[in-house]
Design a protein around this ligand. Sequence first.
Ligand code: F0G
Length: 439
Amino acid sequence: MAVAGTTAWAAALAAIVVRCMACGADWPGDRALTSCPTCGGLLDVVTPITGPIDPQRIGAGLQGEIAHSGVWRYRQLLPAIPGGAVVTRWEGHTPLYRDDRLAAWAGLDGGLVRIKHEGHNPTASFKDRGMTVGISHAKGVGARIVACASTGNTSASLASYAAAGGIPALVLVPDGKISGGKLAQTIAYGATVVQIAGDFDAALSLLRELTAKWDVYLVNSVNPFRLEGQKTIVFEMLEQLGWDAPDWIVLPGGNLGNTSAFGKALTELKEVGLISKVPRLAVIQAAGSAPFAAWFRDGYEGYAAVQAETVATAIKIGNPASVLRAKRSLDFSHGVATSVTDDEILDAKAEIDRVGIGCEPASAASLAGLRQLVATGTVKPGERAVCVLTGHVLKDSEAVVNYHLHDVDGQRRDGANRPIRVDATLTALEQALADALHG
Ligand code: F0G
């Protein structure tokens, strides 16, 4: 349902074009649309491409808070939301690490692995990049309340940005199925939290019914403005690489918003001449929640949603909203989709954690997937890959405790790092020191 914008911003927002990817209908960007009013198709914000972009001019001329944002820095390729409506928490500017131990673990001998760590955003996940654009648009159109269904990270981000923008927030989360840290963030930032007796897919479908009926601004990734912000993960990564594209960008897939945004980002970078080669996208799902990977494997025949199951609660999604947009991204980038087991995810996470980088389980699907793709010969050992880590290690401390402190089938896991308890004596401490030094 449309919400009226303030008159000062209405004209600027109405000039933004939102296009249906199914029927091609155009809609003005001054309303809160999350599907095509004519055919129900998925929507894209149309980026006006006016010619080549000068890499030296990126981010030039920004004033005030917005100048600190690693998202709005790329405003030439973002919707022209009036500056006064922008809500920012200085998101983006995340590190791009190089780690040769992780490259070796993935099997890339002679190749290179870089880690784009989106856990270094204000609420510790990549969601903040989309949220600054989504909430700014919500503010621009005069939304009275913003809402999302979430596996935890979107809700934490929404709650923070809604608070920053002074807009009430409503979030639906699957009861008992999101991590304590994410729930804590969402509560702390002041959103109204509704715990649904059902999974994420049920929560999103229920919320879409609510927003179709009531004047509530929906900020899930079916909202095309959110995906605009998420494009900047790719913009920033490639700028950090001097616009020298890697062979692969590997990312976890849940609701497939990021996969959709990454493809759009690459299409636009190619069009404005910032990259000449398009990196291949590899989207990795958790084996128990992998309808898109299965569809890809079957040559896009017979798509079927699934009942989701996985230890990586962030991507425990069986009926992803952006399947068709994700396919478009893989088509454009000559990409691939695959799935990895929970054990593979947890082992990859332990490697990422152990080199001092750290991430939440869903994020580690990227490195686990890369390792599998090298083993099966899809990725060649000499190639260069960027793995995207989508959330911070502290997002899911329960997963760390379970992995390191609990036995599996009565056995301690290889590499489990268990705290040791000692008497408060120097002798006991000296023994611990000797053990630490000699392993
Ligand atoms: N990684 C993390 C840490 C996530 O939180 C999510 C999605 C994804 C990957 C998958 O991204 O949906 O764009 O394919 N989390 C959503 C949420 C669903 O509610 O926080 P996607």
